[in-house]
Design a protein around this ligand. Structure first.
Ligand code: TMP
Length: 210
């Protein structure tokens, strides 16, 4: 099978990171060669940009600056990490990708989805995941899970109405791109969710003859 690009999306605390890791283990157990990246991050430069974006001291950051920084981190990851791995026939799992910018910056910050798409067309060269798992969990429940894990960063610290807009933005996006985005109900035990994701993946590769 040639390379396959799969992303995980959802509100902060919905469980993407756990599921992306479990999915990597599952795929490796099936014999696939897999790369797992996170966004923003995944390369040395992108991780440095991540620190700037999430630093609570940077509360003066303009929304457009934020959108451009996410795009810059993504650009580096696409050309240094994702494209070479796909060319090498690997499965790439990304813990967030462009959809997060469309929803957090486009909808949450109010920059508009088209503006954020435009910026990112330079950053990604148009590459999009073949398949996206959207972990659906009510934004307030998701965020309260985060509270237990660590001190909240600049994005997590945004007000509830911001996270609610993000939540609604994800649901609208998932509704409008049903071909690519699969909604997974995330209010279950991690093992159950992981099984559903693996089942869908097997259906996906089977139905496409991959
Ligand atoms: P993470 O906690 O999933 O690693 O993501 C870091 C934060 O960055 C999270 O609050 C979501 C946010 N984010 C955006 O606002 N736009 C983006 O394009 C990405 C990738 C993440």
């Amino acid at each position: 099978m040639s390379g396959l690009f799969i992303s995980f999306e959802g509100n902060d605390g919905a469980g993407k990171t756990t599921q992306a890791k479990l999915f990597k283990e599952y795929l490796e157990g099936c014999g696939y060669s897999v790369r797992l990246f996170r966004e923003p991050g995944g390369t040395e430069i992108s991780e440095k940009i991540r620190e700037i974006i999430l630093d609570n001291e940077n509360y003066k950051m303009k929304h457009m600056t934020e959108a451009l920084l996410y795009a810059a981190a993504r650009c580096q990851l696409v050309y240094e990490g994702i494209l070479p791995a796909l060319k090498g026939g690997q499965i790439v799992i990304c813990d967030r990708f462009l959809d997060s910018s469309l929803v957090y910056q486009g909808v949450g910050r109010g920059l508009g989805i088209d503006v954020v798409k435009d910026i990112n067309s330079y950053a990604t060269g148009g590459i999009m995941p073949d398949l996206t798992f959207f972990l659906h969990l009510d934004f307030s429940e998701a965020l309260s899970r985060k509270n237990y894990q660590h001190e909240l960063d600049r994005m997590e610290n945004q007000k509830a109405y911001f996270h609610n807009r993000v939540y609604k933005g994800f649901m609208e996006l998932a509704e409008s791109e049903k071909e690519r985005i699969v909604t997974i109900e995330a209010d279950k035990k991690p093992e159950i969710i992981a099984e559903e994701i693996a089942d869908y993946f097997n259906y996906f590769v089977g139905s496409r003859g991959l």
